[in-house]
Design a protein around this ligand. Structure first.
Ligand code: GLC
Length: 429
């Protein structure tokens, strides 16, 4: 069956129909593995190259199964497969906010490949440790950053903006001037405004940069209904149809990158992976983009960037957990992370690689923004544990309502607070 199905959705559908595998499930004579990888940009190709290098060394055949781009859809498919205890996928690429949700389905990698735990950012190892078990190895880390068109800023006499208010103003002015000069497709700002996990990441940045907290605090208290969060969301709502196209309400990472990379936006919020692609041969803006930390929410605010990133976990239902753990260790190793950083701007999870000359030559902003990467703001997945996805869905839903003009921020935040109270039984997660 494995060879025939290469989409995760098909696997999940089959697993849901057939239920948990019986004891008699056939052991292949020659062991083989299957790994789920993301496919944004050239992610899938990178995953395949890493896997092929390991296969060549070990002789073990590995199938690479691609997953939907939206992390929200990915999680739903993983949950279906894992609930059915399906062993079809041995290694799962998991988001930094999922260990608390999926931990029960994964083996303790510290017990299988202890050497692979060394040298990563300690915060990431802590993030992936649930009830004393290391359920995933860090593969790459992420933080939201601001991309800008160096050439357009220079042409119109602006510097990279220090505050969101300045970004709004600069975007509007350049957009107007460029349109007046005949560049009718240009927009000021693109970001991830669709109702999914990516919007949670964007909106957390706005709110955090205004000093409005992290939705739910580390102690579990619900803090999101506050005047700074309100001001942040009101400013973001003012962008829609003005400096950002209405369509941004349905953009995820790749749609935003498409617009920016084809030369039709002055600013973009995205993850570091967009850097290598913006500077690739196919890009209309090769050599014209700059990267900065995201702006502050006013002069009193702070620069920010939501912590993102992906990890590799091994399923408890795998028939070959030892082999799968070895593949996870290989793919998350320093050498492999260095390759991925150089070829395609994936941020390593080893602090040591931020001092590596080749990595820095390919990605100068890794050095300049080291603080942003090491102090990125975490979504409240630790405090809310296995409820995180519900919390995030309530949050992105409320934010989407504000952006689309259905509700003022004040109303949406008060409703959100009540919704989170219900999910958490009054702040006890
Ligand atoms: C990126 C981040 C991930 C986040 C996702 C949201 O892939 O690495 O952590 O959840 O974007 O779209």
């Amino acid at each position: 069956m494995r060879g025939m199905l290469s989409s995760l959705a098909a696997l999940a559908a089959v697993a849901a129909l057939s239920g948990p595998p019986g004891q008699a499930s056939a052991q292949d004579s020659a062991p083989s593995l299957a790994i789920s990888c993301g496919a944004l940009g050239i992610e899938l190709r990178l995953c395949k190259e890493g896997v092929e290098a390991w296969s060549a060394e070990t002789g073990v055949e590995v199938e690479v199964v691609s997953t939907p781009n939206s992390s929200t859809e990915r999680l739903a498919l993983y949950q279906q497969l894992l609930a059915a205890r399906a062993g079809d996928i041995d290694l799962f690429q998991v988001d930094v906010v999922w260990p608390g949700i999926l931990a029960d389905h994964f083996i303790d990698l510290a017990a299988y490949v202890p050497q692979a735990v060394e040298g990563h950012f300690a915060t990431l190892i802590a993030n992936n440790t649930v009830d004393g078990r290391l359920v995933a190895l860090p593969w790459w880390t992420d933080a939201g950053v601001l991309y800008y068109r160096k050439d357009l800023l220079e042409k119109h006499g602006f510097a990279a903006p220090a505050t969101w208010q300045e970004m709004t103003e600069t975007a509007a002015r350049i957009q107007a001037a460029e349109r007046a000069a005949g560049n009718s497709d240009i927009w000021g700002y693109v970001f991830q405004g669709k109702a999914y996990e990516g919007l949670t990441c964007n909106a957390l940045e706005w709110i955090d940069s205004f000093g409005g907290g992290t939705i739910v605090a580390d102690d579990g208290s619900i803090t999101v209904n506050n005047p700074r969060a309100e001001a942040a969301l009101e400013l973001a709502a003012s962008w829609i149809g003005e400096i950002a196209p209405e369509g941004v309400l349905n953009y995820s990472e790749e749609e935003a990158r498409g617009v920016f990379q084809s030369g039709n936006a002055v600013f973009m919020r995205n993850w570091p992976y967009a850097w290598a692609l913006a500077n690739s041969e196919e890009s209309a803006i090769k050599g014209k983009a700059g990267v900065a930390a995201l702006p502050k929410g006013g002069p009193e605010g702070s620069t920010t960037g939501t912590l993102g990133g992906w990890n590799l976990a091994v399923s408890k239902y795998s028939e070959h957990p030892e082999l799968a753990a070895e593949l996870a260790a290989f793919l998350t190793s320093k050498a492999e992370q260095k390759r991925r950083a150089i070829v395609s701007s994936y941020n390593p999870t080893f602090p040591a690689l931020y001092a590596d000359d080749e990595v820095l030559a390919a990605n100068p902003f890794f050095g300049q923004l080291f603080e942003t990467f090491s102090n990125a703001v975490a979504r409240p997945s630790g405090a809310t544990g296995d409820q995180y996805n519900r919390v995030s869905a309530e949050f992105w839903g409320a934010v989407h309502n504000v952006l689309s003009g259905q509700e003022p921020a004040e109303v949406a935040l008060a409703d959100l607070e009540r919704g989170l109270m219900r999910i958490s039984r009054r702040g006890r997660w």
